[in-house]
Ligand binder design. Structure first.
Ligand SMILES: [Zn+2]
Length: 254
């Protein structure tokens, strides 16, 4: 039994066969999944999916790449959606300095507003950090995000950043990249995260784990992430599965 804490079943890549993808995940023992919405279209789809499937939950947030499209109406809409009992987090939100569609200051503003929202509605945050480690840590601290806590999704930072995030009540979640042969840093960090702060995810359809790297990812593959983490931490797969499932249920109050 595993929980995929971050999956985009609402992405275009699953438009033709989402029911099959969900069935394969269930057959692989993935018994709960958090569908992450990041713009108008994917949030609406996430809300539809959680009405259809009892074991799906949603997170609602605005992606930093699209921060230029975020405004107070969208913020109010997100707040309204968080009242749904199966919306379990605010996100994904954060900073993404890889793409330049949205200027950094616009991204920061949208990020700060979503941290404030998570604190207001008392839900955990799901943080997206791409090439923005220092600003992410600084803003989480300035906005006192520890009050909401949440997940550092598909964590790519170093040990020092992991410790800073752990100190602010965040869980550290690993996805496909921790299985890549050349992923030295994530493998090191995966060894030092405390048992009760470790999570697993796929981020499907993106970031498929080894040996599917470069292909479309799907939630059934979260098992490969769990196996890799168990090996790195020197525990059994069953222990890793039980611990990460318990952690996800605690954080999201599932
Ligand atoms: Zn994502």
């Amino acid at each position: 039994m595993l929980i995929d804490t971050h999956v985009h079943l609402n992405a275009d890549q699953f438009a033709d066969d989402v029911d099959d993808v969900i069935r394969r995940a269930q057959e692989a023992g993935i018994n709960k999944m958090v569908v992450v919405g990041f713009d108008t279209k994917t949030i609406n789809l996430a809300m539809e999916l959680i009405e259809t499937y009892p074991f799906l939950y949603a997170a609602v947030g605005w992606h930093p790449v699209d921060a230029v499209d975020f405004d107070d109406d969208k913020l109010a809409w997100l707040e309204e959606l968080t009242r749904h009992p199966k919306v379990v987090a605010v996100g994904e939100t954060g900073l993404d300095y890889h793409w330049d569609k949205s200027p950094h200051d616009v991204q920061k503003e949208a990020f700060r507003k979503q941290i404030a929202l998570a604190k207001k509605v008392k839900l955990p945050l799901i943080i997206h950090d791409r090439e923005a480690h220092e600003d992410i840590t600084a803003i989480l601290r300035e906005e006192e995000a520890a009050e909401a806590g949440g997940i550092m999704h598909c964590f790519q930072g170093d040990e020092e950043m992991a410790k800073a995030c752990l100190d602010m009540n965040f869980y550290i979640s690993f996805g496909g990249p921790v299985t890549f042969k050349n992923a030295k840093l994530p493998k090191e960090v995966a060894k030092i995260v405390p048992d009760d702060r470790l999570l697993i995810e796929t981020d499907a359809p993106y970031l498929a784990p080894h040996p599917y790297r470069g292909k479309r990812n799907e939630p059934a593959y979260v098992r490969l992430v769990a196996e890799q983490l168990a090996e790195l931490r020197g525990i059994t797969y069953e222990e890793l599965a039980a611990q990460t499932t318990k952690n996800a249920e605690t954080l999201f109050r599932l």
